[in-house]
Design a protein around this ligand. Structure first.
Ligand code: 9C2
Ligand code: ZN
Length: 439
């Protein structure tokens, strides 16, 4: 039986934080595929390109117009027996490109148990009963807030940023600082003190937030590099001052600006990645990324957004784990199930695997340099989606070969032997990302 290679037409979601018009990689990639209902408007934000079977924006077979969801329901072999029997006749993952102009909401994604409860209680705001662990891989330089800072850093800010301490509350702040400074000590008590301090911040009244935001911005503008007593080693005062003024420029007075002092501020260079387990607090700030997640669109939000906020659920659901920035990043490894030809080998091409500790997805980034560089992938017992984010070449499964260039997206059925070959100039790159599930 011929294993299918299906060119997909993918939808793009216009959330307010997306880059505008063709500035948006999500818009450019979507527009690379013929469509009778997508014309990119210069002043419209295009946030997310969705690739997959999620019913909120299912990708379609470009040739027939049928949804990938229908095709998988009709023929589970596209997914493989093992994947279909465990996850049903749909992809276990949702694959996206995000193009970020303004900060996303302060958010977390519920674990499976909480997702089922939230979905049962409020399916409008929580459309899925599934968890949503997610991985982000930078296509351009990226900034994000993710995971709670080491407690000593938060204590430093509570002692040096008066508007923050005022919103957290004097007793909550002093209790936290005391707990944070204890050598060793009881982990559970420290997490409780963190939850109390964070909960104190998040329960601030709008009037207090307005008043303290004005004071915070004034301090940031007047103190510059000395802001927050020069900041901490991972985030210097000048960086914090710029972020405060930037977020204030984007959202006006907003509690989310103060969350900056509780969360790690992470920058990723292209190819770097981070992984967020369910219930991990985060807010992406800028850049273009490829994102892969379990098949769910559940977002619990608490700030920096005009969308529905559910602050008490967010404060209650978080794990209150805390760790330095580097523990938030993921380290890719060389993918052992692909063979490079001589051209690829000599031009320094690479096939890197991003493999988070969950079953639903992994992602491979293939970077082929120069004409005729080729990567041949061992057959997978599971489905894949491939997107080209730069350059051009060909994509082949058995005797079927198609052109592929920036923005093109393909579904590759289970057991396919996939071949990617570059058609770019000597010192140019043909870059693809492939999300897949194999269990
Ligand atoms: N961290 N990234 C994600 O979770 C994306 O997949 C989500 O779709 C966005 O976070 C949604 O953000 P808003 O709800 O529009 O603020
Ligand atoms: Zn998220």
């Amino acid at each position: 039986m011929q294993v299918p290679l299906i060119r997909l037409q993918c939808g793009v979601n216009s959330y307010e934080w997306g880059k505008k018009g063709s500035e948006s990689a999500a818009a450019r990639f979507a527009a690379a595929t013929p469509s009778d209902n997508l014309s990119i408007q210069a002043d419209k934000p295009y946030a997310e390109l969705w690739m997959g079977t999620h019913p909120s924006n299912p990708s379609k077979d470009l040739t027939t117009g049928r949804t990938l969801l229908d095709l998988c329901a009709e023929n589970q072999l596209l997914l493989s027996e093992s994947v279909a029997s465990k996850y049903g006749s749909k992809l276990p993952f949702l694959f996206k490109v995000l193009s970020i102009n303004k900060a996303l909401s302060i958010q977390a994604h519920p674990n499976k148990k909480l997702a089922e409860q939230l979905h049962a209680r409020d399916s409008k705001n929580y459309p899925d009963d599934n968890h949503k662990p997610e991985m982000a891989i930078a296509i351009t330089p990226f900034e994000g807030l993710c995971g709670f800072r080491p407690l000593g850093e938060i204590a430093h800010f509570l002692e040096t940023v008066k508007p923050l301490r005022t919103l957290v509350g004097e007793s909550e702040a002093s209790q936290f600082v005391q707990a944070a400074k204890q050598e060793g000590g009881d982990e559970a008590a420290k997490k409780k003190a963190l939850q109390t301090a964070f909960g104190g911040l998040m329960s601030s009244s709008p009037e207090d937030v307005d008043r303290e935001t004005a004071s915070l911005v004034k301090l940031a503008e007047s103190e510059g590099a000395d802001f927050a007593a020069g900041g901490v080693s991972s985030t210097k005062g000048a960086v914090l001052a710029e972020l405060v003024t930037r977020l204030n420029g984007q959202f006006g007075s907003d509690i989310g600006i103060f969350v900056l002092f509780f969360l790690n501020f992470v920058t990723l260079q292209p190819g770097e990645a981070l992984f967020l387990v369910a219930d991990d607090i985060h807010a992406y700030v800028s850049g273009d990324i490829v994102e892969c997640m379990a098949a769910s669109d559940n977002v619990v939000r608490a700030g920096l957004t005009p969308k529905f906020k559910d602050v008490s659920t967010l404060v209650d659901m978080l794990t209150y784990n805390y760790a330095p920035i580097d523990e938030q990043k993921m380290t890719p490894t060389e993918y052992p199930y692909a063979t490079l030809n001589r051209n690829a080998y000599s031009s320094g091409s690479s096939v890197m695997l991003y493999d988070p500790p969950i079953e639903e997805f992994s992602v491979v980034r293939t970077l082929l340099r120069g004409e005729g560089a080729k990567a041949t992938f061992d057959p997978l017992e599971g489905p894949s989606i491939v997107i080209c984010t730069g350059g051009k070449g060909t994509i082949a499964v058995g005797p079927t070969k198609q052109e592929i260039q920036e923005g093109y997206v393909f579904f590759v059925g289970s057991t396919a032997e996939l071949v990617l070959e570059s058609a770019v100039g000597q010192d140019e790159e043909f870059t693809t990302f492939k999300a897949f599930c194999e269990i």
